[in-house]
Ligand binder design. Structure first.
Ligand SMILES: NC(=O)c1ccc[n+]([C@@H]2O[C@H](COP(=O)([O-])OP(=O)(O)OC[C@H]3O[C@@H](n4cnc5c(N)ncnc54)[C@H](OP(=O)(O)O)[C@@H]3O)[C@@H](O)[C@H]2O)c1
Length: 260
């Protein structure tokens, strides 16, 4: 499946996205690479063309900009060769909720959440009609950890996780595979503004992507490379499902009844 088809990867200039580009090129896939930094994209593309012989097309775009996002959406709608979308571009904003500006946080939501929604929405009808296609969404373990001190970033990543699981339910029966990938701290430029002495232990980006692709090959819906004990996520999922089972009661729970 997907053997001879092209992969569009967002955030392919550095870090996890650049490794995805390299790994998919080595698997023989043609590439369409999206990011803002055209020099880095060109550098990556030249190396991958030379080393792997695949065709690499560049689509420079700032995904927080409506008109540039529209160009990427159009490519996904119209380019029948693309059968895999990797929604990887993402970032964070320094500071705390009290010091971060509303404008920066709105841009963060545009990049980490809205662009994932819009690009998935652009490509899904073509994939569903064809009965095949894959969407890989890079979320984060912070989707599961709202108390870890990065409120809006965590919320965007929870959006990506929930969207991925819901789309897998919706589009899976139509032949479309949706994977959410949840990295923990991974050595990339996303940490460049954090003081060396405050950096957590990191996974290498190459190890993260190789593990994520092992999950992709197994058609896992949620892949968490740093989680060694898989049973913990399975227990979490079954607890979550048990909360919502039979929740459609028409009367409030006893504990909310007032005596008045
Ligand atoms: N590294 C970690 O510890 C970690 C942990 C969990 C999840 N993640 C997630 O992994 C994904 C990749 O991040 P990374 O760690 O590889 O960081 P990174 O090296 O900083 O890469 C981020 C990528 O996103 C692109 N990007 C940033 N803003 C953009 C914009 N406005 N429009 C288009 N592209 C934009 C960047 O390219 P340009 O600057 O050229 O635009 C770059 O290619 C992100 O979604 C991140 O949230 C990372």
């Amino acid at each position: 499946m997907f053997d001879k088809n092209a992969v569009l990867i967002t955030g392919a200039s550095t870090g996890i996205g650049a490794v995805y580009a390299e790994r998919f090129a080595r698997r023989g896939h043609d590439l369409v690479l999206v990011a803002r930094n055209i020099e880095k994209l060109e550098e990556n593309a030249a190396r991958l063309r030379e080393e792997t012989g695949v065709s690499v097309d560049l689509l420079p775009a700032d995904l927080t900009d409506e008109s540039q996002l529209a160009v990427v959406e159009a490519r996904l709608r119209n380019d029948a060769s693309i059968l895999i979308l990797v929604n990887n571009a993402g970032g964070n904003v320094g500071g705390t909720f009290l010091t971060q500006s509303a404008e920066d946080l709105t841009d963060l939501v545009r990049l980490n959440a809205t662009s994932v929604l819009r690009l998935s929405h652009a490509v899904a009808p073509r994939f569903a009609e064809r009965g095949e296609g894959a969407i890989i969404n890079v979320s984060s373990v912070l989707a599961l950890a709202p108390e870890w001190g990065s409120p809006v970033y965590s919320a965007t990543k929870a959006f990506v996780l929930t969207l991925s699981q819901a789309l897998q339910t919706d589009l899976g029966p139509k032949g479309v595979y949706v994977q959410a990938v949840l990295p923990a701290a991974t050595r990339t430029d996303i940490w460049k503004f954090v003081d060396e002495t405050r950096l957590p232990p990191m996974m290498e980006a190459a190890d993260l992507v190789d593990a994520a692709l092992a999950g992709f090959d197994r058609r896992e819906e949620v892949t968490i490379p740093p989680l060694h004990d898989e049973a913990r996520f399975m227990a979490f999922e079954s607890a979550r499902i048990s909360v919502v089972q039979g929740i459609g009661n028409t009367t409030p729970a006893e504990r909310y009844r007032t005596s008045a």
